[in-house]
Design a protein around this ligand. Structure first.
Ligand code: FCB
Length: 465
């Protein structure tokens, strides 16, 4: 790849120089963010404590003891950030609503100041021609709900629906498409089974109850959103093609077990109204003895779209005599991101075509609700941030989406993770995923080369009709 720097556009591979696929008219280009990762202002305007505020204070939980207390200070700099989005020319902005801002204790009346913030943000986005796409739950559960059992408790699903009503009562008149949950697999696996995310529980397979309660919360919230006038509802899952490390029967079985947990557990109930076979896991009643009559009907109420988050495939081998009968193996032979994640764009095509093959006409239109990479990028002597690996990553993955469209998958949009560098959960500020660099000392935002690339790619798509 050429390396010469161009002061005018700051990237090397011009979209117009390439035979770049032309996406269907109306295809939504956007960016995605999440409240706890960017907002900061954790004790302002009546916001309550979330499980991430608590988790960040546990010694050793977050790299270098960092917290989201200030993050990218988006709570104060939102207008500048909407300006950045307008500069990109995007049509969709996915952000999350902080439950503890809207309902500080997780139940009861709404906190007006919290709703006011998202009201202002919504209007500012609309004024710039950007469609807001809120996610109700991007992992920041109000701490009082965790104290009452968190997602292990069935009641949390009902509290979630109440919160959804409060948010939609205020915003549904201006926001068409809402997302209920972000990556419930990560909440169950990292938050409750392994304890590497908030709330830091290591319940292993007992954490399966959190899968059902999140799904029930999704179903109840879907009904609440519709009752409040929301026209389109989706949920967002992360998907990874599951690849066996060998063709041995044991590795193939391990791969199938992983596929069930990662790719099916949170999708089959929504799209098919049934749980996948969990018999590979040695748990009583398939680990789902908390399922009550009627729950699956609530969970499988039709959705209008499916959010797909994609980062990389997974390669599995067997792990005998373990509650989780698989282990993740490295995938050699590919470039890796700063996080060490292999860069495999074809995995995104595989995710999308597999969803289509698996769910056929039950699969609603799909949005790529997150895709992006971490690069160790810092300004050079001239203040430029030349993040060529991110451009290569985005270029490859956007083409991979196009390949899926050609193969017959109804993909309606692509949203880059993420607008600007942020608090990357247990990695703190050590992984930079942004199109814009953030200096966390001064809070100065600087568009990277990838920002210009994405902006010009979107403009070229528009110009091409
Ligand atoms: C996803 C999360 C998002 C971000 C990216 C890198 O799993 O939804 O918040 O951390 O990973």
């Amino acid at each position: 790849m050429p390396t010469g720097k161009r002061a005018d556009c700051r990237y090397d591979r011009l979209v117009s120089d390439l035979v770049f696929p032309r996406f269907p008219p109306g295809f939504a280009w956007g960016v995605a963010t999440a409240a706890y990762q960017i907002e900061g202002a954790v004790s302002e305007d009546g916001r309550g404590l979330s499980i991430w505020d608590t988790f960040c204070r546990q010694p050793g939980a977050i790299r270098d003891g960092q917290t989201g207390d200030v993050a990218a200070d988006h709570y104060h700099r939102w207008a500048e950030d909407v300006g950045l989005m307008a500069d990109l020319g995007i049509g969709s902005s996915r952000f999350s609503l902080a439950w503890p801002r809207i309902q500080p204790g997780g139940s009861g009346a709404a906190n007006k100041a919290g709703l006011d913030f998202y009201d202002r943000l919504t209007d500012a986005l609309l004024a710039r021609g950007i469609s807001p796409m809120p996610t109700l739950y991007h992992w920041d559960l109000p701490q009082p709900l965790e104290d009452a059992g968190g997602w292990m408790a069935r009641d949390t699903a009902y509290r979630f629906a109440d919160y959804a009503s409060l948010a939609a009562d205020r915003l549904a008149d201006r926001i068409p498409l809402w997302i209920t949950l972000n990556e419930p697999f990560v909440v169950t696996a990292f938050g409750y089974a392994l304890g590497i995310h908030a709330p830091g529980k290591a319940l292993m397979l007992d954490a399966l109850a959190t899968a059902h309660h999140q799904l029930l919360g999704h179903g109840l919230a879907t009904a609440a959103l519709r009752a409040a006038g929301v026209s389109k509802v989706a949920t967002a899952n992360n998907y990874s093609p599951a690849w066996p490390a060998s063709n041995s029967a044991a590795d193939l079985a391990a791969t199938a077990a992983y596929d069930v947990l990662h790719n099916r557990l949170f999708t089959d109930p929504v799209l098919l109204g049934s749980y996948p076979d969990l018999s590979a896991f040695r748990v009583r009643d398939g680990g789902l003895d908390c399922v009550q009559d009627g729950d699956l009907a609530i969970i499988s109420a039709p959705v209008d779209a499916l959010g797909v988050n994609y980062y990389n495939p997974a390669r599995l081998s067997a792990l005998p005599n373990s509650p989780l009968p698989f282990q993740l193996q490295p995938i050699p032979g590919y470039p890796v991101t700063n996080f060490g994640w292999p860069v495999i764009p074809a995995g995104l095509t595989e995710v999308l075509t597999t969803l289509k093959d698996r769910y056929v006409d039950r699969l609603p239109p799909v949005y790529i609700t997150e895709n992006g990479c971490s690069v160790a990028d810092e300004p050079d002597a001239n203040g430029l941030i030349d993040d060529q690996p991110r451009i290569t990553y985005l270029d490859g993955h956007i083409r991979a989406v196009f390949d899926a469209i050609v193969a017959g998958v109804d993909v309606r949009g692509y949203l880059v993770w993420t607008l600007m560098d942020n608090f990357e959960w247990s990695e703190g500020y050590h992984q930079r995923f942004g199109l814009a660099h953030v200096d966390f000392g001064s809070q100065r935002r600087t568009p990277k080369a990838s920002f210009s690339w994405y902006r010009d790619m979107i403009a070229a798509q528009r110009a091409g009709g």
